[in-house]
Design a protein around this ligand. Sequence first.
Ligand SMILES: Cc1cc2nc3c(=O)[nH]c(=O)nc-3n(C[C@H](O)[C@H](O)[C@H](O)COP(=O)(O)OP(=O)(O)OC[C@H]3O[C@@H](n4cnc5c(N)ncnc54)[C@H](O)[C@@H]3O)c2cc1C
Length: 432
Amino acid sequence: MAESSQRRPEVAIAGGGIAGLATALTLHQIGVSCVVVESVAELRPLGVGINIQPNAVRELFDLGIGADQLDTIGIQAKEWALVGRNGQDLYSEPRGLDAGYEWPQYSVHRGQLQMLLYRNVIDRLGPDAVRTGMRVNGYTPTAGGVTAHAQTRAGERVDVDATLLVACDGLHSAVRAQMHPDQPPINWGGAIMWRGTTQAAPIRTGASFVGLGTFEQRIVFYPIGPPDPTTGLAEINWIAEVTVDPSEGWGDADWTRKVDLSDWIHHFDGWEFDWMDVQALLRGSDQVYEYPMVDRDPIPTGIDGHTVLLGDAAHAMYPTGSNGASQAIVDARVLGACLLEHGVSAAALDDFDARLREPISSVVLRNRAAGPFGLLKLIDERSDGDVHDIDAFVPAAERAEFMRRFREAAGFAKDQLNAAPPTIAPGATIRR
Ligand SMILES: Cc1cc2nc3c(=O)[nH]c(=O)nc-3n(C[C@H](O)[C@H](O)[C@H](O)COP(=O)(O)OP(=O)(O)OC[C@H]3O[C@@H](n4cnc5c(N)ncnc54)[C@H](O)[C@@H]3O)c2cc1C
C-alpha cells in the first residue's frame, strides 16, 4: 500500500465535479487546506445544459466567480414557461434578474461550468490541488480524522489522511455505499431523457426555459449561450422525455451513454409548430445522450464521524427542478459556514447535517413528484389534454401558488434570498 507523499490536507474531497470543486474553492477562501481526489484521468467538459439558480449564483459571486466569468459559459435566464401539446401557453414566470432577484439565474453547459471551477481551483490552490486518475473506494476512521482509500488507474492503492473526508463522488458514490450498505438501488420511475444541443434560433425572451407537452411526454429546451451576432443562432439545450413502464428496471445510469436518434425520435412525430420545429431541433444535435430519470431515496444522515456526503452523493435528485447543481454549490457553502463556526471538526459536520438533511430530503421527494412539472400533471389530471382555456382547469392564482411553493422549498424564494445575509461573510477565515 502506498502512502501519499504529499503534505497532509485538513480536508480530503472525493470527486472533482461541481460539488467537489465548489467545496475546494470554499475551503481555500476560508483558509482550510484540501486536496481533491478525482477518478477520471483528465477532467473534460462532459454533459449538456443545466441551470444555476440565483441562490447558487450568489454563492459563486461570493467565491469571486462573477458575471464576467459566468457569461463566458452560459446565458442569464429570463423566463420559465410551460406550453401545452397544442401550443397553448399554460404558465410563465420571469426568472433571475427579470424576476427581481439580486442575482441572475444562469443556463450553462454543465461541462463548461466544471472546467471553469477547475481552472479557478488550479489558479488559486495550485496544480497539485486536484489529483486525477484516483478513485476513492472507501474510508476508515482514524484517531481524530479519517483515511480515504483510493486506487490509481494502474491499480496502485493510495491512502489520503485528513481530518475530514467530504464525499462529492456523485450518484454512484462509493463513500455513501460504505456509509449506508443497505441502501436500496437507484430509483427509476420510468422516465427516459434524451439530451442534446442544437444550433437554433432562441425563442420568446431569447433566454427562455420552455417545457412543451404533457406530464408523460414532453420536450424541454433553453439556450445555454447567446445568439451568434451574424447568424442569430444560439446553442439550444434540449431534453426529450417519455415515461414508460418501469417494472423491468433500468441497468446502469450513465450520463455519457450515446444513442441513435432514430431509436426514439418517432415519439415526437408531428411535434411541429409555427414557432418551433421540434423535429428539426432534435435532429440538429451531433450527439444524443440517453439517461434515465433517477434519484436515490433520502437518507437519515449524511455523516459518519469525520466523513460527510455532499452534492449528488448526498441527495441525487430528479433534474425536474433544475436544482441539482445549485444544491451542490449551496452544500459546499453551508459546509464552509459550519467549519467557520465549529472549526475543522466532526461537530461542524453534525451541524451541516442538522441544517440541510431535512430540507434537502424534502426537495428530493418534491422533484421525484415532478418538481415544477407537477403543474403539468395537475393540468393533465383536470383536463383531457387539449387545454385551450387554462384558467378553466387551474386558475392563475393556483398556478402561481404552486410555483411559489416549489421555489420556497428549493431555497430560492426571491424575498427570503434577497434579504438573507451571505452564507459566508466576506473575508471570514477559520479561527486557529
Ligand atoms: C460526466 C457527467 C455528465 C453530467 N451531465 C449532466 C447533464 O447533462 N445534465 C444534468 O442535469 N446533470 C448532469 N450531470 C450531473 C450533475 O453534474 C450533478 O447532478 C450536479 O452537478 C451535482 O454535482 P456533483 O458534483 O454532486 O456530482 P457530479 O457532477 O456527478 O460529479 C461527481 C464527480 O465525482 C467523480 N467521481 C465519481 N466517483 C468517484 C470516486 N469513487 N472517487 C473519486 N471521484 C469520483 C466523477 O468523475 C465526477 O467528476 C453529469 C454528471 C457527470 C459526472
